[in-house]
Design a protein around this ligand. Structure first.
Ligand SMILES: CC(=O)N[C@H]1[C@@H](OP(=O)(O)O)O[C@H](CO)[C@@H](O)[C@@H]1O
Ligand SMILES: [Mg+2]
Length: 555
């Protein structure tokens, strides 16, 4: 135990916390300017190692990235044994550790937490932490800090997995703990094989033309473009061109990438006249977000955007169609494959997408903003599909449902090989293999989109036309204390300060198709205002009116 104490004190002394630094493990872990992140990352290494000890030595992940944020920033996120985000009950411990003012304070926090969590430090346990980073220049320095943090927990081993997309690391952690093949090569093989399988199952009359075959991808000058370059050559049936590939063309996330494209709705850097009219996809800096777009004309910077809501809607249509094919006309009690199907959105989902989904007869469930909430909810279903409007989302298949699908597929291959039911079951199985079961993943999500467009014989325009987005507007309001706003009903209504919701309701009543909500951001020191209405001007004006109320009340 003395050895353990000394190791923690020594590691903490290597990365002293500067005065006044305050970290909070928000929806995206810890984030700040990369060069200031050493202490928080070293301590996150300790948290990850202790988490692995607590989980009986299961692999835990630690990823160094600041996603869509500028190049100078960096961040750290911990991945739990199932490949999801670290359990929320550990966040206060992560906060306390990151903010401990000196090594002694840190030691006391660890000792108390270990006692409360029944973690017997120094008693011959094992722990393993898999580390990955994106392409940021501070990545290597922070990797060293993380390794030192992990190694400060005696018995813990740090394994550097190299430069990966965030979803690759989540995938690797999940597979490793399930005893499955879990290397980066295994990831590529699984993604490519399941994509090929889906293409083989495209109905013969749906052959794509040249226009539909071409796909131009904005890699945000980050890790996603580099990985896509690696797998491109192994994919046929799709003519992929990568822009902002991360090979030194431009600066990470600067006027490019999924966040920029979705928020600004203009052509990203790196695209030119030769891309006009073609289907384009955009990843964010760590490739866990995906949006699509099309450049309208070479003289116009505007784009047609397909955001996370429309990707979700495409996935819903595909999955529903396969389930309907399998179940045929059988009524409720006699279904071959009864399926609890969940569709999960946040308040930021465009109202037109929610209407579209509800008109399909589906119940749409809402959660608070942040992948951890959406993901958790999706796990309650046989198939749970979730997306944030910003392009983060995936399709989750429960283990039970996948094993049912597997038996059904074998049954069909004996009794009705090649039947439409057999093919539908194989499509769902391939989709469950392709799309990341741990977290939203731009690479595999994009391949699923592409396979579905080919399956349906759809152009980009067909996809755009499934519904028309309502004009929306987002504003940020700087206030003294954003936590003074407390929300309810999946953040769609304010309960504190009293009176604010009534003012918002009063404004909404003046607009056709008006919808508006405010909430404190979990990642920035601002209150976010979202408004939607039937015209652009109306959405702008509703957002502005409500922002003024927020400013006046919270100052
Ligand atoms: C409106 C918006 O886009 N919010 C983003 C943003 O959260 P805020 O809590 O709104 O700051 O960052 C989160 C983490 O990346 C992401 O999950 C979420 O969708
Ligand atoms: Mg990201």
């Amino acid at each position: 135990m003395a050895e353990q104490r000394a190791a923690l004190l020594a590691a903490a002394s290597l990365f002293p916390v500067p005065d006044g630094a305050r970290f909070s493990y928000g929806t995206a872990g810890f984030r700040a300017e990369g060069s200031t992140m050493g202490p928080a990352v070293c301590r996150a290494g300790m948290v990850a190692a202790l988490r692995s000890v607590k989980l009986g030595g299961a692999a835990v992940g630690l990823v160094l990235t600041a996603s869509h944020n500028p190049l100078r920033d960096n961040g750290v996120k911990i991945v739990d044994e199932d490949g999801g985000m670290m359990s929320q009950d550990w966040e206060p411990f992560a906060d306390a550790l990151a903010n401990a003012p000196n090594p002694d304070a840190l030691l006391q926090i660890v000792l108390k937490f270990a006692k409360d969590e029944d973690i017997r430090l120094g008693e011959g346990h094992s722990a393993q932490v898999l580390l990955a980073r994106d392409t940021r220049p501070t990545g290597e320095y922070l990797l060293d800090a993380a390794v030192k943090g992990v190694n400060a927990v005696i018995g813990a081993v740090a394994l550097d997995m190299g430069i990966l997309t965030t979803p690759q690391l989540h995938w690797i952690v999940r597979c490793k703990n399930k005893g499955l093949k879990a290397s980066e090569m295994d990831y590529f093989t699984q993604v490519i094989d399941s994509f090929r399988c889906l293409l083989k199952l495209v109905p013969k009359d749906k052959g794509a033309d040249v226009m539909n075959n071409r796909l131009v991808v904005d890699g945000a000058n980050g890790i996603g473009g580099l990985k896509l370059e690696e797998i491109k050559a192994r994919i046929s049936g799709l003519d992929i061109h990568v822009r902002n590939s991360g090979n030194g063309e431009g600066i990470l996330n600067e006027r490019c990438g999924a966040d920029f494209v979705q928020k600004e709705k203009v052509v990203p850097l790196g695209f030119g006249p030769e891309d006009v009219g073609f289907r384009c996809a955009s990843f964010d800096g760590d490739a866990d977000r995906l949006v699509y777009f099309r450049i309208v004309s070479s003289t116009d910077t505007r784009i047609d955007l397909v955001d996370g809501d429309k990707i979700l809607s495409l996935f819903v249509l595909f999955v529903r169609e396969q389930i309907d094919i399998i179940n045929g006309n059988n009524d409720e009690g006699n279904k071959v494959l009864p399926t609890r199907f969940g569709v999960i959105q946040t308040a930021y989902a465009n109202g037109a997408s929610t209407d579209f989904l509800e008109n399909l007869g589906l119940e749409v469930v809402f959660t608070s903003t942040g992948v951890k909430y959406l993901h958790k909810k999706s796990l309650e279903y046989d198939i749970g599909i979730y997306f944030e409007a910003n392009g983060h989302g995936t399709v989750l298949f429960s283990d039970h449902f996948v094993s049912q699908l597997e038996s059904l597929t074998s049954e069909f291959s004996l009794k009705a090989s090649g039947s439409s039911q057999h093919q539908a079951a194989m499509r769902l199985l391939a989709a469950s293999q392709l799309i990341n079961q741990a977290v939203g993943d731009a690479l595999s999500g994009m391949l699923l989109v592409e396979a579905i467009l080919q399956y349906k014989g759809w152009s980009f325009q067909n996809w755009c036309d499934i519904y028309t987005d309502l004009p929306s507007r987002q504003l940020k309001v700087k206030v003294q204390d954003r936590t003074a706003i407390v929300t309810t009903d999946a953040e769609r209504r304010v309960c504190q300060p009293s009176g604010l919701q009534e003012l918002i309701d009063g404004e909404i009543a003046n607009y056709s198709h008006g919808r508006c909500f405010v909430r404190p951001s979990g990642t920035e020191d601002v209150v976010r205002v979202y408004a939607e209405a039937s015209t652009e001007e109306a959405a702008n004006s509703l957002a502005k009116q409500v922002a003024q109320h927020v400013e006046r009340i919270l100052g």
